[in-house]
Design a protein around this ligand. Structure first.
Ligand SMILES: Nc1ncnc2c1ncn2[C@@H]1O[C@H](COP(=O)(O)OP(=O)(O)OP(=O)(O)O)[C@@H](O)[C@H]1O
Ligand SMILES: [Mg+2]
Length: 315
C-alpha cells in the first residue's frame, strides 16, 4: 500500500466534509444577561467529601454492606472478619462474601480454601450456585462465600456480559431472606467486581487508617459512591467511617480530628487501636473474640459492633 495517496481506500483528510455546528461558530452570541447563564454559574457541584446517608433495610431481608476503601492495607478484611463474627456471636445470621482475589477472609475465619468447590467467582458467573457456595466458618451462625485467585480475570470475562454491574446483586437475591446481614469484603481497587458489590449494597462501611492522605482517598471514594448512586443504585449510602490502626501519635490524632470535623455524623466510635493481637489472630484461623477477646483490638471491635448493631437496626 502506498504512503503517498495512490490508494483510495482511505478518504483524504481534506475530502472529508467539515462538520459545522452552529453552537461552535464564531457567530455564536453569548448571552451574559440571561437567567440561564446565571444558572450555570451558580449550579451546585458536590463538595469532594459529600457522602450520601444510607437508608434503613427493607423488611424481610438481609442488609447488604460493602466494606470498601480503594487504598490497600487499611483494615478492610480485619474489619469484615471481626465485625461479622461479633454479630454472629450475638445471634445474628451473617453471611460474608469475599470479593477479593487475595481470599484472606477464608483464612481469618478458619475456612480451608483448598476444599472449597464454589467461590465468589462462581456466584457471579453462575448465580444458581449461590446456595452451594456457602461454607461454615469457625464461628456458629456465620457463613461465607470464599474469594480466591479465580477472581483474577473475572473482570475481563464479565466485560462481554450484559448487565455486568448487577450480576452479584442478582445472585445474592435468593439468599437474602435467610440472613440478617451480608458483609462483602472488596479488593483495594475500584474495578468491576467492586462496582458489583456497590450495586448490590444498601450501605458501605469505610475503614480509614488515620494516616496522611486519608482524606484524599476518602474524597476519591466519595466520588465513586456518588457515581454508582446516580447511575446504578439509588439506594446506596454510607453506613459509617471506621478509624483503623489508630495509635496515640500526633499524626494519627490530627488526621482523626480532621475526619471527625468533616464527617462527624459518619464516624463510628470507638476508633480501632493498632493492636498486634488483631494481626496475629488470622494465623490461628480465628477472629479476635476467639483469640484474645480482652485485647485492645477485641474490645474495640466489640464497641464498634455495638454501634453498628444499632445503625443497622439489628437490635
Ligand atoms: N488495628 C490493627 N492493628 C494492627 N494490625 C492490624 C490492624 N488492623 C489490621 N491489621 C493488620 O494490617 C494488615 C492489613 O490489614 P487488612 O488485611 O485487614 O487490610 P485490607 O484493607 O483488607 O488490605 P487489602 O487492601 O490488601 O485487602 C494485616 O496484616 C492485618 O492483620
Ligand atoms: Mg483485604
Amino acid at each position: 500500500m502506498s504512503v503517498n495517496g495512490d490508494d483510495n481506500r482511505l478518504p483524504k483528510v481534506e475530502q472529508v466534509p467539515l462538520i459545522i455546528d452552529a453552537e461552535f461558530t464564531e457567530n455564536e452570541t453569548i448571552n451574559n444577561s440571561s437567567d440561564n447563564f446565571n444558572e450555570v454559574k451558580t449550579q451546585q457541584t458536590n463538595r469532594p467529601l459529600d457522602l450520601p446517608f444510607s437508608t434503613p433495610t427493607p423488611d424481610g431481608r438481609a442488609r447488604i454492606v460493602t466494606v470498601i476503601n480503594q487504598k490497600g492495607g487499611v483494615g478492610k478484611t480485619t474489619t469484615v472478619i471481626n465485625i461479622s463474627s461479633q454479630l454472629a456471636l450475638r445471634g445474628h445470621r451473617v453471611l460474608v462474601v469475599d470479593a477479593d482475589s487475595q481470599g484472606n477472609c477464608a483464612t481469618g475465619l478458619g475456612v480451608d480454601k483448598s476444599k472449597v468447590k464454589h467461590t465468589t467467582r462462581d456466584l457471579i458467573l453462575s448465580p444458581e450456585t449461590a446456595v452451594s457456595a456457602r461454607h461454615a466458618t469457625a464461628v456458629d451462625g456465620l457463613h461465607m462465600i470464599v474469594g480466591d485467585r479465580s477472581l483474577v480475570g473475572l473482570e475481563q470475562e464479565m466485560l462481554r456480559q450484559l448487565g455486568r454491574e448487577r450480576r452479584l446483586a442478582e445472585a445474592l437475591e435468593p439468599l437474602l431472606p435467610h440472613y440478617d446481614i451480608v458483609i462483602i469484603d472488596t479488593p483495594p481497587s475500584l474495578g468491576l467486581v467492586t462496582i458489583n458489590a456497590l450495586v448490590a449494597s444498601d450501605g458501605v462501611l469505610i475503614p480509614v487508617q488515620t494516616e496522611y492522605f486519608a482524606l484524599e482517598g476518602l474524597a476519591m471514594l466519595a466520588g465513586t459512591i456518588r457515581e454508582v448512586r446516580n447511575l446504578l443504585n439509588p439506594r446506596l449510602g454510607v453506613d459509617g467511617v471506621l478509624l483503623t490502626m489508630h495509635a496515640n501519635t500526633l499524626l494519627n490524632n490530627q488526621v482523626a480530628s480532621e475526619i471527625l470535623e468533616h464527617l462527624p455524623e459518619f464516624v463510628i466510635q470507638p476508633a480501632i487501636r493498632r493492636n498486634i493481637k488483631l494481626a496475629e489472630a488470622p494465623s490461628h484461623g480465628v477472629p479476635i473474640h476467639l483469640h484474645d477477646p480482652n485485647s485492645n483490638g477485641g474490645q474495640d471491635y466489640q464497641g464498634v459492633s455495638n454501634s453498628l448493631e444499632q445503625r443497622w437496626g439489628l437490635i
